[in-house]
Design a protein around this ligand. Structure first.
Ligand code: SF4
Length: 917
C-alpha cells in the first residue's frame, strides 16, 4: 500500500521538492495562487491563540487554479498542494484533480512535471470514486509499465464498488494486469502489506477525570466548525474542569497542556473514568484524534489511529473510535495519572508503567479490533474483507477469509429459549426465518431501511460519504434535516442549507428545509414497522422498529451500502405494570426508569466506577399502559433511551395506533411530494411500502421465554408524584417533593421530547392561570405543522400574552448552539438532556414534563406536590382537545394535496421487491 513513507521514487520527489523550495525561502516560483494561499496559511496560523491550525483542504476552485498554474509552469509547492491537500473520494475537488490526472495518465494531456507514470500513481492515492474508471481503463494500456502501475494502484484501492466487476470482466478476457489485481485482492495484500499492530504502544497519559461527554469534546456552541476538524479541535475541553486548564476558559481548550505532554516524545492516550457519553458525535472522535492520532497519508486535516482508555466508554463513541482506526480499551484507569508514561501491550492485555510494573490488565472487547486498527478502521476492514471474499469467488475459490482475518466469534452458549422483540427485528433485517432472532454478541450486518442525518453532523456525514465514494444511496430512505441550525444560522450553516439538500437528493435521499422542524418528528413519520435503521443523531430512536444511532462515519456507511455492522447488544426489559395515577405524565414514566434502576442498584450517578445497566444494551419497553400509546407518545419513551446510553430501544405497541400513524403519514408524505420535496421517487416508494404493510398489518412480538439481562418492573400504582432529572445529569432523579420550592428563572418547553399535546396542555395551564409569569418562558414546537396548528387553535396568542418567547420550530435551546438560557440560572426544561453548560453556561437544569414546566413558569418555582396536583386537575389526560395528535389524514388541506399525488407503478413494484428481499 502506498503511503507517504513508502520508497516510491516518483512521489517522494514531490515532497523533497517542497522541502527544498521551502528552504530556499525567497526563491519561491511565481504564483498568484500561492500568494493568496499564503495569506490563508498565515491567517490560520494565528488561530487558537497562536497555536495555529493548518489551512482547509483545497476546494474545487482552488484545485482548478493549482492545475491551471501547473499547466503554465512547474512549481513544486503547487505540486505538493495537489498531491497532499485535496480530499480523496468523491469531493468536488477530488473530481477536478482526478479529471486532470486521468487526462495525464491516459496521455490525452501532458505536463512538464507530472509524467504519465506519476499521474497514475497519484490516482492511486485517491482511495476510490472518480479515479477508479481511469485506473481500470489503464489496465488495457499498450504501455505495459503503465498498465502494471495501474494494477499496483488498484491492488490497494478498496472503494471500487462496480469497478470490481469491470476488473473481473477484464481478467476473464485474459488481461494479465486485471488478473493480478484480482489475485492481490483475493490474497488480501491491501491488508497484509500494512504493518501489524505494534506489540507495545508507549504513550503519555492525558487524563480527564470523571465523565467526559461528547459535548465536552465537541461543544454544541462550536457545532458550526465541526467539518473543519483542526479548527473545531481547538474547542475540545474548553471549559475548566478538574485537572484541565483551557487556554481561554470557555473558548479554547488546553492546548499548552497538550503541547507540554507531547514534549515527552510519545503520542498521547486519552484516559478517562467515563468517556464519550451523550450525542453520537464523530466530531468528538475527530477532535480527540486530531490531538492524539496519526496523520493519514494523502488525506488533509484528518487523523486516525490513537489510543482511548476508559473505565467505561459509551458504545457509540467506542464505535466511532473503532471506525477511525483508533484502539479503544475499557480497563481500570484509577492508577493512570496526567503525564504518566505508559505502555499498552495490546496483544497481551496489560498496561505497564515506565519501570515495567503492571498497572492494570484488560481484555479487548472483540477479537477483531486489532484487525480494524491494522486496516485503518472498522469500515475499511469490512469493505476490504468483502472485496477479498468477492475476489476469491471470482477466481473460483471459497469465499471464506478466516485464513487472513480474525472473524467475529459466534456467540457461545445454547440457543435461547425465545427471542426479544429487538432480536427478531434484527433477525429479519439479516434475512433469518420469520420468528428467528439474532442473539446477543452475534456479529451481523442488518439492512438499514431508514437512515437519518441532521445538520450539525450532516456536513461530516457528507464528507464521509464522499470519502466512501458514494454517488447513490443503497439504504431505502435517507433523510436530512436542518433543525439544529435553522433558527440562528452562522454563515457556514447558511452554506450548508444551500448545498446539503442537493447533495442528499442527488443520491436519492429526502431533504427537509430549514424551518421544517426536528429530525425525529419527521423521520418517525417515514418508518416501516419492525424494520431497522440508524441516524447521525443519538436520539434517532424509533417508536416503531428499532434504530441503532451512530457517528457520522457509520451513518454514511449505512446510507451508502444499506447495511451496518452490529455486534448485537443484550436487552434489558422495562415493564410498566399498574395504572397511571392522577397527575402523572409520560415524562414521569421516562424518568421513573433511571429512578427505579438506581433504587435497584443497577445505576449510579457517581462517575467513578459508574454502574449503568442500560449502557450499550437495548432497552425494551412494554406494559399494558404502553401498548395503546400513540406513536408520538411512544417516541417520548424511546427518545430518552439515549440518555440511558442504551444502544437502541423497542416499544411494544398494539397495531391500532400504528395503523392510525401510518394512515396519517401516507398523507403527509404525499403532501411532501405535492410541496416539491425530493427525492420524490424515494418518497413514493416509502408510501408504497407503508400501503403494503397496511394491507397486511402484522407486528412482531417478543417470545414469552425471551431472555433479558435484567427485567425492571415499575409499578405505576406506586408512582404518585412527578419525577424530575436533577441538575445536571439526566440519570440523577428525584421526586417533586424532594425539590419543591426551588426558585426557577427560566423554562423551556420544546425539543423532540415534545409533541403538540404538550403545547396545548402548557397553553391551557398558562391561560387558566391568567397572571403574568415571573419567569422567562421559551416555547419551540417540534415542527412547522405543529406551529401552524397551535396558531390556528389560538395557543400562540396565549403564549404571547404570557410573555413567552416563541422560537422557530426545531431543536432550539435543547441543542445549546442557538439561543441559550442566562449563565448560572436555574431552568426547568422539557428537553432531552441537561449536561453541564448545554442549555446555558453554568446553568442548573431540571428536566421535567411540559405540564410541570408550565406550572413552574407560572409559579416561579418548582411547586409543591399539592400545588402541582391542583393545577393538573384542569388537565384531563384523556381530553381529546388537548392530547390529540397531528393526524394528517384528518386535516383537509393535507388530504386535498395528497389526493392529487399518484404513486407510480414502478415504485409500487420496487417497494414490493424490497419487502420480499
Ligand atoms: S431536540 Fe435536542 S435531542 Fe432532539 S434532535 Fe434536537 S438537539 Fe437533539
Amino acid at each position: 500500500m502506498l503511503s507517504s513513507r513508502t520508497s516510491r521514487p516518483i512521489l517522494r520527489g514531490v515532497s523533497r521538492g517542497l522541502s527544498l523550495a521551502s528552504k530556499r525561502g525567497g526563491a519561491r516560483q511565481m504564483s498568484t495562487f500561492l500568494d493568496e494561499y499564503d495569506a490563508i496559511v498565515e491567517e490560520r496560523a494565528a488561530m487558537g491563540g497562536g497555536f495555529g491550525v493548518p489551512p482547509p483542504p483545497l476546494d474545487a476552485s482552488q484545485t482548478s487554479r493549482v492545475i491551471e498554474e501547473l499547466k503554465e509552469s512547474p512549481n513544486k509547492r503547487l505540486e505538493d498542494l495537489l498531491v497532499h491537500r485535496v480530499p480523496p473520494g468523491v469531493d468536488d475537488a477530488a473530481y477536478v484533480k482526478a479529471t486532470w490526472l486521468s487526462a495525464l495518465a491516459t496521455g490525452k494531456e501532458s505536463n512538464e512535471s507530472i509524467s504519465r507514470a506519476m499521474a497514475t500513481e497519484l490516482l492511486g492515492t485517491m482511495q476510490g470514486g472518480y479515479n477508479v474508471a481511469t485506473l481500470v481503463e489503464l489496465l488495457k494500456d499498450p504501455d505495459a509499465s503503465i498498465a502494471g502501475l495501474a494494477a499496483d494502484q488498484l491492488c490497494h484501492t478498496l472503494l471500487v464498488f462496480d469497478g470490481f466487476y469491470d476488473v473481473e470482466a477484464l481478467a476473464k478476457e485474459g488481461n494479465a494486469h486485471a488478473h493480478k489485481v484480482l489475485e492481490s485482492w483475493a490474497a488480501a495484500e491491501w491488508y497484509l502489506k500494512k504493518p501489524e499492530v505494534a506489540k507495545e504502544m508507549t504513550a503519555t497519559v492525558f487524563k480527564v477525570t470523571g465523565e467526559t461527554n461528547t459535548d465536552d469534546l465537541s461543544p454544541a456552541q462550536d457545532a458550526w466548525s465541526r467539518p473543519d476538524i483542526p479548527l473545531h479541535a481547538l474547542a475540545m475541553l474548553k471549559n475548566t474542569r478538574d485537572g484541565i486548564s483551557p487556554e481561554v476558559d470557555g473558548e479554547i481548550g488546553p492546548l499548552s497542556q497538550l503541547k507540554e505532554l507531547k514534549e515527552k516524545g510519545h503520542p498521547l492516550a486519552y484516559v478517562g473514568d467515563v468517556v464519550g457519553t451523550g450525542s453520537s458525535r464523530k466530531s468528538a472522535t475527530n477532535s480527540v484524534l486530531w490531538h492524539m492520532g496519526d496523520d493519514i497519508p494523502y488525506v488533509p486535516n484528518m487523523r486516525g489511529g490513537g489510543l482511548c482508555l476508559g473505565g467505561k466508554i459509551a458504545p457509540i463513541f467506542y464505535n466511532t473510535m473503532e471506525d477511525s482506526g483508533a484502539l479503544p480499551i475499557e480497563l481500570k484507569v484509577d492508577d493512570m495519572n496526567m503525564g504518566d508514561v505508559i505502555t499498552v501491550h495490546p496483544h497481551d492485555g496489560v498496561v505497564t508503567a515506565e519501570d515495567g510494573s503492571v498497572i492494570t490488565d484488560f481484555k479487548l472487547k472483540t477479537n477483531v479490533i486489532l484487525d480494524e486498527v491494522r486496516a485503518g478502521g472498522r469500515i475499511p476492514l469490512i469493505i476490504g474483507r468483502g472485496i477479498t471474499s468477492k475476489a476469491r469467488v471470482a477466481l473460483g475459490r471459497d469465499e471464506a477469509v478466516d485464513d487472513v482475518f480474525n472473524m467475529p466469534e459466534p456467540p457461545s452458549g445454547p440457543k435461547p429459549k425465545g427471542y426479544t422483540l429487538a432480536q427478531k427485528m434484527v433477525g429479519r433485517a439479516i434475512g433469518l426465518k420469520e420468528g428467528e432472532g439474532v442473539v446477543p454478541e452475534q456479529y451481523c450486518e442488518p439492512k438499514m431501511t431508514t437512515v437519518g442525518s441532521q445538520d450539525t453532523t450532516g456536513p461530516m456525514t457528507r464528507d464521509e460519504l464522499k470519502s466512501l465514494a458514494c454517488l447513490g444511496f443503497s439504504a431505502d430512505l435517507v433523510m436530512q434535516s436542518f433543525c439544529h441550525t435553522a433558527a440562528y444560522p452562522k454563515p457556514v450553516d447558511v452554506v450548508t442549507h444551500h448545498t446539503l439538500p442537493d447533495f442528499i437528493m442527488n443520491r436519492g435521499g429526502v431533504s427537509l428545509r430549514p424551518g421544517d422542524g426536528i429530525i425525529h418528528s419527521w423521520l418517525n413519520r417515514m418508518l416501516i414497522p419492525d424494520t431497522v435503521g440508524t441516524g447521525g443523531d443519538s436520539h434517532t430512536r424509533f417508536p416503531i422498529g428499532i434504530s441503532f444511532p451512530a457517528g457520522s462515519g457509520l451513518v454514511a456507511f449505512g446510507a451508502a451500502t444499506g447495511t451496518m455492522p452490529l455486534d448485537m447488544p443484550e436487552s434489558v426489559l422495562v415493564r410498566f405494570k399498574g395504572e397511571m395515577q392522577p397527575g402523572i405524565t409520560l415524562r414521569d414514566l421516562v424518568q421513573a426508569i433511571p429512578y427505579t434502576a438506581e433504587k435497584m442498584g443497577l445505576l449510579t450517578t457517581e462517575k467513578k466506577g459508574k454502574k449503568n445497566i442500560f449502557s450499550g444494551r437495548i432497552l425494551e419497553i412494554e406494559g399494558d399502559v404502553v401498548n395503546n400509546l400513540k406513536c408520538e407518545q411512544a417516541f417520548e419513551l424511546s427518545d430518552a433511551s439515549a440518555e440511558r446510553s442504551a444502544a437502541g430501544c423497542t416499544i411494544k405497541l398494539d397495531k391500532e395506533p400504528i395503523i392510525e400513524y401510518l394512515n396519517s403519514n401516507i398523507v403527509m408524505l404525499k403532501w411532501m411530494i405535492s410541496e416539491g420535496y425530493g427525492d420524490a421517487r424515494t418518497l413514493e416508494r416509502r408510501i408504497a411500502r407503508m400501503e403494503d404493510w397496511l394491507a397486511n398489518p402484522v407486528l412482531m412480538e417478543a417470545d414469552e421465554q425471551a431472555e433479558y439481562t435484567e427485567i425492571i418492573e415499575i409499578d405505576l400504582n406506586e408512582l404518585k408524584e412527578p419525577v424530575l432529572a436533577l441538575p445536571n445529569d439526566p440519570d440523577a432523579s428525584a421526586l417533586l417533593s424532594d425539590v419543591a420550592g426551588t426558585k426557577v428563572d427560566e423554562v423551556f418547553i420544546g425539543s423532540c421530547m415534545t409533541n403538540i399535546g404538550h403545547f396545548r396542555a402548557a397553553g391551557k395551564l398558562l391561560a387558566d392561570a391568567a397572571k403574568p409569569i415571573p419567569t422567562r418562558l421559551w416555547v419551540a414546537p417540534p415542527t412547522k405543522m405543529d406551529e401552524a396548528q397551535l396558531t390556528e387553535e389560538g395557543y400562540y396568542s396565549t403564549f404571547g400574552v404570557a410573555g413567552a418567547r416563541t422560537e422557530m420550530p426545531g431543536c432550539s435551546l435543547c441543542m445549546g448552539n442557538q439561543a441559550r438560557v442566562a449563565p448560572g440560572c436555574t431552568t426547568v426544561s422539557t428537553s432531552t438532556r441537561n449536561f453541564p453548560n448545554r442549555l446555558g453556561q453554568g446553568a442548573n437544569v431540571f428536566l421535567s414534563s411540559a405540564e410541570l414546566a408550565a406550572i413552574s413558569s407560572i409559579e416561579g418555582e418548582l411547586p409543591s406536590v399539592e400545588t402541582y396536583m391542583k393545577y393538573m386537575e384542569q388537565i384531563d389526560p384523556t381530553d381529546e382537545n388537548i392530547y390529540r395528535y397531528l393526524n394528517f389524514d384528518e386535516l383537509p388541506d393535507f388530504v386535498k394535496s395528497a389526493d392529487a399525488v399518484e404513486i407510480s407503478e414502478e415504485m409500487k413494484k420496487a417497494a414490493k421487491e424490497l419487502d420480499l428481499a
